[in-house]
Design a binder for this molecule. Structure first.
Ligand code: NAP
Length: 419
């Protein structure tokens, strides 16, 4: 707290370990921005001392800060939650820019709640903002699902004809990735699913919806745009909206893993290690990580413990690594066989399928690639999963450098890496 002075901006909350706000406001946008963990008694002291220029507020203080404010803007008052405080010559003013961030996020995803039945998961601060937004945008019906409420996770079937779901709960958030309390199949008319969570980029709820071709939106756009609207309040001026998109792209590039999938011997590890070196990113070879964990090589794991055991460990290792950020990941050829693995791969990754003719696949030290016939059968069984899990498919060339050039061209084209 001593580090703050009247020129500083910052974020207050209780658990700020994984916050990206300092990176956005401080590193990317260039003003003095600090993260300040506070317990309840420190909150009182901090807000009475007013030794800051502007603040963002997060869990669990968005409602608790209100009593310290000299002025509350109408929107924040209606919502009952504040995420932005400006110190205007000793007078604290409260605002809610999450609302505008939510609006930006929906517009980017082409989602509207006009005349729609909207189901909101969770009843906390973010949920209140979403409820107000849905009312303002003329939603036909708004239902809040709360663990302890009349409408809860046990009677979701009452709402199976709803058009939209918004997750305003922390379910599925890092480090408890791939959790969800919702079975998307229950809903017969779903048009959109929105998740306020931004870590991972796609929660299980979003991945389930995406696989059914339902429109989705993830919390990163909201995170950046609410920060942008806070900055407009801090500096009392209109800023260029293009900053939002530019910042989202930058963050996505930082966060996103690039993951290679494909048959054993298709060149995944080679390409991943070239790319990791080139981009200065961490290389994760899932098979090597399994070997480290088991202290046995892959062939021996298959030989002594069997494929079922191998698949179990593979899944654990994949789940552990795929939720982290900014890595180049080479997966094992069979990792795409289970849905949970496919979700793990997709949650934070741009996924590239290296497709190589079966007769060209290397068979050296690969326990399941015994002969050409078994490889062909394996390819037939797996091809639809490789296609399903990947963002793009690369036909592997004879020459390593040609394949690598192709990969880089595609990554630049899809704006995953810069030119
Ligand atoms: P919150 O005040 O802690 O409320 C979350 C609500 O979720 C709780 O009131 C609770 O409602 C429900 N909940 C909590 N734990 C749960 C669990 N284990 N299972 C099921 N439901 C649970 O948090 P918040 O400020 O509203 O934020 C909610 C989420 O939105 C968080 O993940 C946050 O990171 C995200 N968020 C993102 C942005 C962004 O910029 N992208 C901005 C704001 C918030 P019930 O007790 O009624 O079930």
């Amino acid at each position: 707290m001593k580090e703050f002075d009247l020129k500083n901006y910052g974020l207050i909350g209780k658990f700020l370990g994984h916050s990206m706000s300092k990176y956005i406001h401080g590193d990317l946008w260039g003003y003095d921005y600090k993260l300040q963990n506070l317990n309840e008694s420190e909150l009182d002291y901090f807000l009475k001392e007013k030794n800051f220029k502007g603040l963002n507020v997060t869990i669990p203080y968005k409602e608790k800060v209100i009593k310290y404010l000299d002025k509350l803007n109408d929107l924040a008052e209606d919502i009952g939650a504040v995420n932005t405080i400006k110190n205007n010559n000793g007078k604290l003013e409260g605002y809610n820019t999450d609302y505008y961030g939510f609006d930006y996020m929906l517009k980017e995803a082409n989602i509207s709640y006009d005349d729609k039945k909207v189901l909101i998961l969770g009843s906390g601060g973010a949920s209140k903002m979403v409820q107000k937004y849905c009312k303002d945008k003329d939603a036909k019906e708004i239902i809040v699902i709360s663990r302890t409420g009349e409408n809860n996770y046990e009677n979701l079937d009452k709402f199976k004809d709803f058009d939209a779901i918004v997750n305003a709960s922390p379910v599925g958030m890092y480090p408890k990735n791939l959790e969800s309390k919702i079975d998307i199949d229950l809903f017969t008319k779903l048009d959109s699913v929105v998740d306020l969570i931004y870590n991972p980029l796609k929660t299980k709820l979003l991945l389930d919806a995406e696989s059914k071709n339902i429109k989705i939106a993830s919390g990163l756009d909201m995170l950046v745009s609410q920060a942008f609207y806070s900055a407009e309040i801090f500096f009392d001026k209109k800023l260029d909206q293009a900053i939002i998109e530019k910042t989202c792209k930058l963050l996505e590039r930082e966060i996103m893993n690039i993951t290679f999938v494909g048959m054993p011997g298709s060149g995944k590890t080679r390409m991943a290690s070239l790319l990791a070196k080139d981009l200065g990113k961490k290389l994760i070879d899932i098979d090597r990580e399994i070997e480290k964990k088991e202290k046995l090589n892959i062939e021996d794991i298959f030989k002594y413990k069997g494929e079922k055991y191998f698949r179990k460990i593979e899944s654990q290792v994949l789940l552990d690594f795929s939720k982290e950020k900014g890595q180049i990941i080479s997966t094992g050829g069979g990792s795409i066989l289970s849905e949970i693995n496919r979700h793990a791969i997709r949650q934070n990754s741009f996924v590239m399928f290296l497709n190589r003719p079966v007769e060209k696949l290397s068979r050296r030290k690969r326990p399941l690639s015994k002969d050409l016939e078994s490889l062909k059968n394996m390819y037939e069984k797996r091809i639809s999963y490789y296609k399903e899990v990947s963002d793009i498919e690369i036909d592997v060339e004879e020459s390593i450098s040609k394949t690598y050039e192709k990969i880089k061209r595609e990554l630049i084209k899809h704006e995953i890496i810069s030119d």
